[in-house]
Structure formats: structure tokens, C-alpha cells
Ligand binder design. Structure first.
Ligand code: ZN
Ligand code: ZN
Length: 155
């Protein structure tokens, strides 16, 4: 039987303590950010988004920003962990998806366009500003046919 995601709350307060956000056990490996130019462990520098805010906070640990390595100002590989195991990671994704919905509407502040981004991608890949355009645009005025809409034309 699958556990009900609603039973699991995410312990965001565990992140700075280096504990799993699902089961609170101590993380043996919290992971690092790696600079893709020199290959070293690095700190992150957040670049302002085209004159907009420096970063957009999606939840207490996930940010949408153009992040660069402090050492070389190059791209990063993010290998950080906030869960202790594959099992806790799955529960974490499920809990977040039930909380935020399957898709998240993310607005590109520079173009005002909004995109339909799977919550799972934001969690697992980390979302960078320049990746946004790879996602379909969020349709404000749906032109797709609504299958449930039964047009009544007859009396
Ligand atoms: Zn855990
Ligand atoms: Zn570097």
C-alpha cells in the first residue's frame, strides 16, 4: 500500500541542521555545488535576473536564479541533498507535488512570459532562469477544446 503523501510533512527547518526533511535522520552527505569550469567545490553567487530581483524564492530552499560559481563565475553542478534516501526523496517529491500542484507557474521577470514547469523538475533539476524557455508557455486564455463542455444548442 502506498503511503498517503498528506501524512508526510516536509521539515524545512531540518535543512540548515543537515537532517533529512522527511524522516529527520542526520544526513551523512549533504552534498556540494561544483564549479563546471575548474571542477572544485564552490560557493554560489546569485546573479540578478535582467534588472529584476536577485532571486525568486519558490519555497524555503528552492530558488529561481541565475546562479554562478564564486571562483570562476561559471556554471554549476548542484549536488546537494536534503533527504537521506531514495525512499525519502520520493516521499518528498510527492509531498511537494501535493502541496504545490503538479505544475508550477513561473514568470520570467524580463519578458513577463509565464511558463508551465513541472514541480518535479524544479525539485530534482533545480530551475535556472535561462532554462525557462524550454518549457511550454502558461496559457492564460485556453483555446484548447474543453472535453467536458457540452454545448447546448438544441432546445
Ligand atoms: Zn530520510
Ligand atoms: Zn571554478
Amino acid at each position: 500500500m502506498m503511503p498517503d503523501p498528506a501524512q508526510y510533512s516536509i521539515g524545512w527547518e531540518n535543512v540548515p541542521k543537515g537532517r533529512c526533511v522527511i524522516c529527520s535522520s542526520e544526513l551523512k552527505d549533504r552534498g556540494y555545488y561544483y564549479c563546471l569550469k575548474c571542477g572544485n567545490v564552490t560557493e554560489v553567487e546569485f546573479q540578478p535576473l535582467g534588472g529584476g530581483p536577485k532571486m525568486i524564492q519558490i519555497n524555503p530552499v528552492l530558488f529561481l536564479a541565475d546562479a554562478r560559481s564564486k571562483c570562476c563565475r561559471a556554471d554549476l553542478e548542484v549536488r546537494t541533498r536534503i533527504t537521506c534516501s531514495e525512499k525519502c526523496h520520493k516521499l518528498f517529491v510527492r509531498a511537494l507535488t501535493s502541496q504545490f500542484g503538479e505544475f508550477k507557474r513561473v514568470v520570467d521577470q524580463t519578458t513577463e512570459k509565464s511558463y508551465r514547469v513541472p514541480t518535479k523538475d524544479i525539485i530534482e533539476k533545480g530551475l535556472k532562469w535561462r532554462d525557462l524557455a524550454r518549457y511550454p508557455e502558461w496559457d492564460n486564455n485556453p483555446t484548447q477544446r474543453d472535453d467536458n463542455l457540452a454545448e447546448g444548442t438544441a432546445q
